[in-house]
Write a protein that binds this ligand. Structure first.
Ligand code: PLP
Length: 465
C-alpha cells in the first residue's frame, strides 16, 4: 500500500467506522451465525498478490458485521459494557500509526510520561487517595485488563509477604488469599498463575446484599493463622459482576491492616463512576488499599483495552516484577519510570493516548452526565420492575445494574431471556444469585437513551406472558 493509497483508504475506513457507529442501532444486537459459519466464508489460504482494498472493506460488511455482537448498540444491556467513543478511536488510530513500544522510558519518553500524567489526572478526577498518585510513593499504570491488574497485585502481595523469597525459591509456602464467591473469576485465575492455587483462596461469606461479611473474614483469618497458614492478600470488590455488590472497604481494610495483608480493591466497572462527585462514596476506605483498579474501557468511553491500576507503594510492585538484563539497561534506569516493571509483558502499546483524547475531547462534564443518565435510567427501570408483580429483584439494584427474575421460577426466567435475546432487539445476560436464575440488565451504553431502556423493558414485559 503506497502512502497515497494509505491516505485514501484511511479516509474510507474512518468513514466506514463512522457509518457503522451511526447505524449500529439498526442491527440485531447479537448475530445468528452458527459455529464455523464465518470460517466457511473465508478462503483456505491468504492471497499471494494484493487484493483491492475495496474488496477487503466489502468483506467486512459481508462476512464480519453479520457475525458480530454489537457491543456499541444502545440496546446492548449484557455483561458489563465496553464503550468506545470517537476521540478514543482516534487515539487508538494514532497509537497504531506511531507504533511505539513504551517498555522503557527511553524507548519513547512521551509514552511513559503521558501515561503517568493522565493517571495522575485520574486520581484527581475520581477523587482517589493521594497515595495512588506518582507524586507519592505510589502511582498508576495502564494494564490491558482488570484481570492483569489483579494478577500484578497478587504478585506484589506474594512478594511482600514472603520477603522476596518467592522470586528466589519459587515456593509459595503456606500463603492464603481471601475474597468472596462474588469476586471476579480473575482473582482465582491470578492465584493459579502466581502458584498460590485455587485451594488457597478462601471464599469469605457474604451478607444479604452479596457483599463480604467482615466478621466472616476475621474468622477465616483466625482459623488459617491457627492452622499455621500465612494470610497475605484480600481482594475486595466495589461493584461485583453478578449484582454490583459493594464490599465494605473500611472494615475489610482495617482487618487487612491488623493482619498485615495486602488489600487489592477491584472496581473494574463501578470505580469510574466516581468521576461524578456525588458518587465519591464509592471510594470510602480506599486509603487502606494497597492497590486499586478500575476500567475506563467499561464505562468511560475509552476503547478496550484500558484498565487503570494504582499502587500505594510502587517499589512493592516493581520489586516483584523487575528483572534487569543488560540489553534493557539505559542511562535513565532507576531514574525514570520503566513501565515494563509494572506489568507482566515487556512490550506495551501507547494506550494513554486514547484516555488522553477521551478526557480532553469529551470533557469531564459530559462523562459525568453520561454516568448520571445511566443511573437515572436504572432507577426508572427498577421502579417499572417493582410495579410489575410478575417480576422480582434478586439483589438490590445498584448503580447501573438490575438483576430480575420471574416469580414463576427459574425455567420461566431462562425462557424469557432466551426469547428476548432471540428477537435481536436487545441483549441481556444472566447470572445466578442465591441459587436463583436472574436476568442482568446493565445500562451502560454511551448512546443508550430512555427510549432504548423503555423498549427493553417493553420487550421483557411483553414476553413475560
Ligand atoms: N472484575 C470485575 C468486578 C469485573 O466485572 C470484570 C469483568 O467484567 C473483571 C474484573 C475483568 O475485567 P477485564 O476484562 O478487564 O479483565
Amino acid at each position: 500500500m503506497t502512502p497515497e493509497e494509505f491516505r485514501r483508504h484511511g479516509h474510507a475506513v474512518v468513514d466506514w467506522v463512522a457509518d457503522y457507529l451511526d447505524h449500529v442501532e439498526r442491527y440485531p444486537v447479537s448475530s445468528k451465525v452458527r459455529p464455523g459459519d464465518v470460517r466457511a466464508q473465508l478462503p483456505a489460504r491468504p492471497p499471494s498478490s494484493p487484493e483491492p482494498f475495496e474488496i477487503v472493506l466489502a468483506d467486512l460488511d459481508r462476512i464480519v458485521v453479520p457475525a458480530l455482537t454489537h457491543w456499541q448498540s444502545p440496546n446492548f444491556f449484557a455483561y458489563f459494557p465496553a464503550n468506545v467513543s470517537p476521540p478514543s478511536i482516534l487515539g487508538e488510530l494514532v497509537s497504531a500509526g506511531l507504533g511505539v513500544n513504551g517498555m522503557l522510558w527511553a524507548t519513547s519518553p512521551a509514552c511513559t510520561e503521558l501515561e503517568t500524567h493522565v493517571l495522575d489526572w485520574m486520581v484527581d478526577l475520581l477523587g482517589l487517595p493521594d497515595r495512588f498518585s506518582s507524586a507519592s510513593s505510589g502511582g498508576g499504570v495502564i494494564q490491558d485488563s482488570a484481570s492483569s491488574a489483579t494478577l500484578c497485585a497478587i504478585l506484589a502481595a506474594r512478594e511482600r509477604a514472603s520477603g522476596g523469597t518467592t522470586n528466589r525459591t519459587g515456593t509459595t509456602g503456606r500463603l492464603v488469599a481471601y475474597a468472596t464467591a462474588q469476586a471476579h473469576s480473575s482473582v482465582e485465575k491470578g492465584l493459579r498463575i502466581a502458584g498460590i492455587g485455587s485451594d488457597n483462596l478462601r471464599l469469605v461469606d457474604v451478607d444479604d446484599s452479596y457483599a463480604m461479611d467482615p466478621a466472616a473474614l476475621a474468622r477465616a483469618l483466625e482459623c488459617d493463622v491457627a492452622d499455621g497458614r500465612v494470610p497475605f492478600l484480600v481482594v475486595a470488590t466495589t461493584g461485583t459482576t453478578s449484582s454490583m455488590a459493594l464490599d465494605p472497604i473500611p472494615a475489610i481494610g482495617a482487618i487487612a491492616r491488623s493482619h498485615g495483608l495486602w488489600l487489592h480493591v477491584d472496581a473494574a466497572m463501578a470505580g469510574v463512576a466516581a468521576i461524578d462527585p456525588a458518587l465519591r462514596w464509592l471510594n470510602v476506605g480506599l486509603e487502606l488499599a494497597d492497590s486499586y483498579c478500575t476500567n475506563p474501557h467499561k464505562w468511560l468511553g475509552v476503547n478496550f483495552d484500558c484498565d487503570t491500576f494504582f499502587v500505594a507503594d510502587r517499589e512493592a510492585l516493581t520489586g516483584a516484577l523487575s528483572i534487569l538484563p543488560e540489553y534493557l539497561r539505559t542511562a535513565e534506569t532507576g531514574q525514570a519510570i520503566d513501565y515494563r516493571d509494572w506489568q507482566v509483558p515487556l512490550g506495551r502499546r501507547f494506550r494513554a493516548l486514547k484516555l488522553w483524547f477521551t478526557l480532553r475531547c469529551t470533557g469531564v462534564a459530559d462523562l459525568q452526565a453520561m454516568i448520571r443518565r445511566h443511573l437515572a435510567l436504572t432507577e426508572e427501570l427498577t421502579a417499572w420492575a417493582r410495579e410489575d408483580g410478575r417480576f422480582e429483584l434478586l439483589a438490590p439494584a445498584r448503580l447501573n445494574l438490575v438483576v430480575l427474575a420471574l416469580r414463576a421460577g427459574d425455567d420461566a426466567t431462562r425462557e424469557l431471556l432466551a426469547r428476548a435475546n432471540a428477537t435481536g432487539r436487545a441483549l441481556f445476560t444472566h447470572t445466578v444469585l442465591g441459587g436463583r436464575y436472574g436476568i442482568r440488565i446493565c445500562i451502560g451504553g454511551r448512546t443508550t437513551e430512555r427510549r432504548h431502556v423503555q423498549a427493553a423493558w417493553s420487550l421483557l414485559s411483553e414476553l413475560a406472558g
